[in-house]
Design a protein around this ligand. Structure first.
Ligand SMILES: *Cc1c(COP(=O)(O)O)cnc(C)c1O
Length: 380
């Protein structure tokens, strides 16, 4: 049936109707007082979401652009950076750093396992010469559904003195990312994830300490020169033409988030995380990561009696529900169910019920129909 598509992927995520309608308004000039008013409001609300007094800058970019900006503005060629990699995104930030001539020291963990904080401790404590300039880490590793202990990694990094550069793309707007309390110098995110927005905007928060590093950093930068965004933001505008209509949407999305409140948003995501995991266990579908380090945004599942890709295919064809597949070596081995952003309890029940029907159609064994829905409902 048309117009019933349900995105259960970890981005792009569903967009509320008021946000879509706001974007349908006539475009206005970005040097107008009217735009500046919107800009000022969204910037204040972005700081609220990041729980920070730091600058939060908005770029016309996806999350990768925001992270690239967050890396290149504060470092110089040859600088040593520690990069945590336990999935596709951690790996990507190391590749960005290498592309710009940084010396990458990898801390790796298996996909599905969290990064080991003690490895950060030993590398940082051994670095008495302070050659490590930044630690780059992904909070919620979307490719495997693992939530890394960003708070602990930030703590040891702050004790060392290096910058903490964090990918919070699927944690901001899903779980608490208290930027000031944790001492996160640079935090990147993107509109199509926890913001309940279409793709197109990237966000970077920048601490005073990072601005200090910016003054000395010599990597090339132009469009993503964050100093220009900071200067313009002081005048409630952007250095270049922004996607004005996305700002209309962002204004409404952030108003909706403020109305729900941070606690409301975080408990909702936590409830959905628990409900989806309980359902998978009840359906005899093995989870990729452990409960203690599970992402609030996405759940990775490694089915054994039926193919992950068959499940995705039936879910799409029969029910118009889109699940994500696995990436790289997990391609075809896992499916990922997103529960990020504009998701309500009913969506979770729908998704699990459709998954049960899919398993029945595929002749999966080892589960009793109804058990997944019951397990999910018990958590909602
Ligand atoms: C989606 C995502 C990104 C950004 O990807 P884009 O496609 O560039 O928006 C970065 N990190 C994580 C963890 C993500 O889930």
């Amino acid at each position: 049936m048309d117009n019933k598509l349900m995105l259960m992927i970890p981005g792009p995520t569903p967009v509320p109707e008021p946000v879509l309608l706001a974007q349908a308004k006539h475009t206005i000039g970005h040097r107008s007082g009217e735009f500046s008013e919107i800009f000022a409001e969204v910037t204040a609300n972005l700081k609220w979401l990041h729980q920070t007094q730091n600058d939060v800058l908005t770029l016309a970019a996806s999350g990768t652009g925001a992270m690239e900006a967050g890396i290149i503005n504060f470092l110089s060629a040859g600088d040593r950076v520690l990069v945590g990699s336990n999935g596709k995104f951690g790996e990507r930030w190391g590749l960005v750093a290498e592309a710009y001539g940084l010396e990458v020291d990898w801390i790796k963990a298996e996909w599905g396992k969290p990064l080991d904080v003690s490895e950060f401790v030993s590398k940082l404590e051994a670095d008495t010469e302070k050659t490590i300039k930044a630690v780059i880490v992904t909070h919620s590793e979307t490719s495997s559904g693992v939530l890394n202990d960003l708070e602990a990694i930030a703590k040891v990094t702050n004790a060392h003195g290096a910058l903490v550069i964090a990918d919070a793309v699927t944690s901001l707007g899903a779980t608490s990312v208290p930027v000031d309390e944790w001492g996160l110098d640079v935090v990147g995110s993107g509109s199509q994830k926890g913001y309940m927005m279409p793709p197109g905007l990237g966000f970077v928060s920048v601490s005073e300490k990072a601005w200090g590093a910016y003054e000395k950093a010599t990597l090339p930068r132009f469009y993503f020169d964050l100093g220009k965004y900071r200067k313009s933001a002081a005048k409630d505008t952007t250095p270049y033409t922004p996607p004005v209509n996305l700002f209309f949407g962002l204004q409404v999305a952030l108003q909706m988030m403020k109305k729900e409140g941070l606690e409301g948003i975080f408990t909702r995501h936590d409830r959905h995380r628990r409900a989806v995991r309980a359902a998978m266990v009840a359906l005899n579908l093995p989870l990729l990561g452990a409960d203690e380090c599970s992402s609030p945004a996405v759940t990775a599942v490694m089915p054994s009696s039926v193919e992950a890709e068959q499940i995705r295919s039936v879910m799409k064809k029969r029910f118009d529900i889109i699940l994500a597949g696995g990436q790289d070596h997990l391609k075809g081995k896992i499916f990922r169910m997103g529960h990020l952003g504009f998701v309500c309890d009913r969506d979770i029940l729908n998704g699990i019920a459709a998954l049960e029907a899919t398993l029945m159609e595929l002749g999966a064994d080892g589960f009793s129909p109804g058990s997944g829905v019951a397990a999910a409902a018990s958590q909602l």
